[in-house]
Design a protein around this ligand. Structure first.
Ligand code: NDP
Ligand code: KPL
Length: 314
């Protein structure tokens, strides 16, 4: 099976590396020319749980994709604001049979993807793996994680295809599972991002440091209540205490507590724009639509945008 990782940054790099090391034929596509050149010259290099490893994969610049690189499976890992542009660029590698898997953070990405491919070829989910970059073509990967996914369209063929993708990912050590209730799973993961990403970015700390503060739990509860109220309007039952307990598992320094959320890596480390509009911003917008007050999500979205401006993020 030919797999194309679209957005071979930190998380796309992790998937490319692990799938390639498991013996799959993997290509990468990315908009960052230095990253593409480094991967083609030196391979995808990683500090992988303390061990230096290299995966030899072929990478293409997003604007120079070779049409011979037609994929059976495309795994999407650009940033949310790059998704539409990435889907445009992917046209040469997508056929009627190409499956598209989106595991990006955020809510509602399938609305963009279905402008380009039929719903029976779209698979959505999320990932609890973490990833960081030390420079072009260089990854820093530690800790464990998991993946949950499902077909967007019901039906035997789409379900079978989703389960095949689950097996492919699990065989590569990515610890995947099929989730019947994927919208619930996506909302639940979005609460982790809706708390950890924005708050650790504004407070300039990792998840474990955040969890050690006396006000951490109160802030998390307040934000989760807003996600839960919006989700309820969409028929999704997001239990607040259970969700808060789930978020608190990310504070453990022995698992992923030392991770700086991807939003922190974007804004504080690299002065790049963030995905806040696709996480807390969605709750702000849907809250307004449903007549639900979401002061914490609205304020956190405003704070992150203000910080983007102060840091001249691009
Ligand atoms: N990192 C993590 O731990 C996790 C990330 N995710 C999600 O995965 C998706 C991808 O995120 P992630 O892998 O973190 O993103 P990265 O920022 O590492 O990579 C995404 C893209 O950003 C560009 N880019 C990144 N760094 C630079 C740089 N220094 N200079 C120039 N361009 C750069 C590249 O494309 P381009 O040049 O086209 O901009 C790259 O393909 C997101 O939806 C994220 O929320 C989910 C769980 C955890
Ligand atoms: C690891 C985790 C769950 C932290 O919020 C994440 O998704 C990210 O870094 O964006």
């Amino acid at each position: 099976m030919k797999i194309t990782i679209a957005g071979v940054g930190a998380m796309g790099g992790r998937y490319a590396l692990m799938l390639s090391r498991a013996g799959n034929d993997v290509d990468g596509i990315d908009g960052w020319a230095d990253n593409v050149n480094a991967i083609n010259e030196h391979g995808l290099q990683a500090n992988f749980d303390g061990e230096q490893v290299v995966a030899k994969i072929k990478a293409y610049e997003q604007t120079k994709i070779d049409p011979s690189a037609v994929a059976d499976l495309v795994i999407l890992f650009p940033k949310s604001m790059q998704l539409d542009g990435m889907m445009q660029s992917l046209k040469p590698v997508i056929t009627d049979h190409t499956k598209i898997l989106c595991l990006m953070n955020g809510i509602g990405h399938e609305e963009i993807i279905e402008k380009y491919v039929t719903r029976d070829n779209i698979f959505i989910g999320n990932t609890m793996w973490t990833a960081g970059m030390e420079g072009p073509g260089k990854l820093k990967l530690f800790g464990s994680g998991s993946v949950a996914l499902r077909n967007v369209e019901d039906g035997e063929a789409a379900t079978a295809a989703a389960k095949k993708i689950v097996k492919l990912l699990s065989d590569a050590g990515l610890n995947a599972e099929y989730s019947d209730n994927i919208l619930y799973t996506i909302y639940k993961k979005a609460t982790v991002n809706g708390t950890m990403n924005g708050l650790c970015t504004i407070l300039d700390c990792n998840m474990s440091e955040f969890g050690s503060t006396s006000t951490a739990e109160d802030m998390v509860v307040a934000i989760v209540k807003e996600f839960s109220a919006v989700a309820a309007k969409e028929g999704i039952d997001l239990n607040v205490p259970d969700t808060v307990d789930y978020i608190k598992t990310t504070w453990d320094p022995n698992t992923i507590g030392h991770h700086y959320p991807s939003m922190h890596q974007d804004l504080i480390t690299n002065h790049r724009l963030t995905e806040i509009d696709y996480i807390n911003g969605v709750i702000d917008r849907r809250g307004k639509k449903y007549g639900i007050p979401t002061p914490y999500c609205t304020f956190l979205t405003q704070l992150v945008h203000a910080k983007e401006q102060l840091l001249h993020a691009k």
